[in-house]
Design a protein around this ligand. Structure first.
Ligand SMILES: *Cc1c(COP(=O)(O)O)cnc(C)c1O
Length: 448
């Protein structure tokens, strides 16, 4: 049955959408179905999706192979608890994740969302140091192993260092390492644990690298490394914190400093993973391997919520060697078999496709078709990396009007703040992509 006007009113009065207000709700558009790169709205429009449902629907919607993976698993079991039980889909997925990531990453925790995978990464880092040195009045010194465990009042190596403008998720731990000033997170400032932040990276190209770019980072580590368990960053692309790109050299410098100061390195590739930036994982472009890696979003091809935290044998074994040695996390829907099955199918589709040239083609087309906006009076910057295109305006857009305009133009794009951006499904055809970029150019020109 198609959605009724009364149901839409109910929605606006009773149901929160992401970052919304129930007294002053922003309009929502009802979707009836979706196929390929198209969303079929209840109002009859058929729009091209430029958002891939927040980076995730890389193969498009209603994909026969992904549908079949879910159906086949559904007939066996949709879910069983992961405590004390295991199953083929979880094992096969983890084998695959270990195979496609760096050989250093050997152990997997399957989480139920990206934010949770970040929480798990933070716990891993804290537990690693807790296990290795316990708390210490003197701070960490090499080879110091806690024998008696922590004593009250001692300093713990449990802080994190991250970039300003970072976005790592909405749960409390993830929020606490996300941008400390911007937007929503500032309202929880008094509640969140306090971590260390360094200015967001700005250098775009390794050719323009100057050693001073890393000075602030180095200074913070130099003074505080005894308290810092890990650095957590989104490699090469800061996503929801502003769609900002930066160069590989930062990552190489950070890796070096983390080793020098005995701090773990966590890469949050929830947005950048699975080819979005042009390499399969962003860390590959930089040739830098993290100690802990978070994956999510496109992991299931946009079908279901699933995320993974991978780490090295060194981290896993150190955590495990201490007393009980248990990693303290275990969600109810951990390793959901339906989600694991569709993740395996999605990974196979991607790995068996010519993803590299596909992303390169999308990148080339985005550069060609968005370039003209650079000359617009109200445009600050146009940037493209892999299958990500961004137009940064001088002023924030009027979301409500822009959203309606995009639907008129036959596309689904959801800007935030001053950014009109796109990260389409990889299966998009050049003509469909042109329709998206044309709409982006048009709306930037109209400057709502
Ligand atoms: C989306 C995102 C998250 C949070 O993932 P959820 O599945 O929404 O909890 C964390 N980190 C990054 C970089 C993201 O883009």
């Amino acid at each position: 049955m198609p959605i009724s006007a009364a149901q839409l009113v109910f929605d606006s009065q009773h149901i929160w959408h992401p970052y919304t207000n129930l007294l002053n709700p922003t309009p929502v558009f009802a979707v009836e179905s979706a196929d390929g790169v198209y969303l079929n709205l209840s109002s009859g429009e058929r729009v091209i999706d430029g958002m891939a449902s927040w980076w995730s629907a890389i193969h498009g919607y209603n994909h026969p192979v992904l549908n079949q993976a879910v159906k086949s698993q559904l007939d066996k079991m949709s879910h069983v608890m992961f405590g004390g039980l295991t199953h083929q889909p979880a094992i096969e997925l983890c084998e695959k994740l270990i195979e496609i990531t760096d050989s250093n990453l050997q152990c997997v925790f399957l989480a139920d969302s990206g934010s949770v995978s970040v929480e798990v990464a933070l716990k891993m880092a804290i537990q690693y140091w807790y296990s290795k040195i316990g708390y210490s009045k003197k701070g960490y010194s090499k080879n110091e192993q806690s024998k008696s465990g922590p004593s009250k009042g001692d300093k713990q190596k449990s802080k994190f260092l991250s970039f300003k403008n970072a976005y790592h998720g909405d749960t409390f731990g993830a929020m606490s390492v996300s941008d400390p000033e911007n937007g929503m997170h500032s309202m929880f400032a008094g509640v969140l644990p306090q971590h260390f932040f360094v200015s967001a990276p700005t250098c775009l190209s390794d050719d323009d690298w100057k050693s001073e770019y890393i000075n602030e980072f180095k200074a913070i580590l130099n003074v505080n490394h005894n308290e810092i368990a890990a650095v957590i960053i989104e490699p090469l692309v800061q996503g929801a914190g502003g769609m900002r790109f930066y160069c590989s050299e930062y990552l190489r410098q950070i890796r070096k400093l983390c080793d020098e100061f005995n701090v773990l390195l966590i890469f949050d590739e929830i947005a950048t993973g699975f080819a979005r930036t042009g390499s399969f994982f962003a860390y590959e472009e930089a040739k830098v391997v993290p100690d802990i890696l978070c994956l999510g979003k496109a992991l299931t091809g946009g079908y279901m919520s699933l995320a993974a935290t991978l780490t090295s044998r060194k981290v896993a074994d150190t955590i495990s060697a201490y007393q009980g040695g248990n990693l303290m996390h275990g969600p109810t829907f951990m390793a959901n078999p339906l989600a694991c099955s569709v993740a395996i199918a999605s990974l196979n589709l991607l790995l068996n496709s010519d993803w590299k040239s596909k992303i390169a083609d999308i990148e080339k087309q985005l550069i060609e078709e968005l370039r003209q906006c650079k000359n617009f009076e109200n445009v600050v910057d146009v940037r493209v990396k892999g299958a990500i295109g961004v137009i940064e305006l001088k002023e924030p857009v009027d979301m409500e009007r822009v959203q309606i305009r995009f639907i008129e133009l036959g596309v689904w794009l959801r800007p935030f703040g001053k950014l009109i951006y796109i990260m389409p499904p990889y299966i998009i055809k050049p003509s469909e992509l042109t329709q998206l970029t044309t709409a982006m150019v048009q709306v930037s020109k109209e400057s709502f």
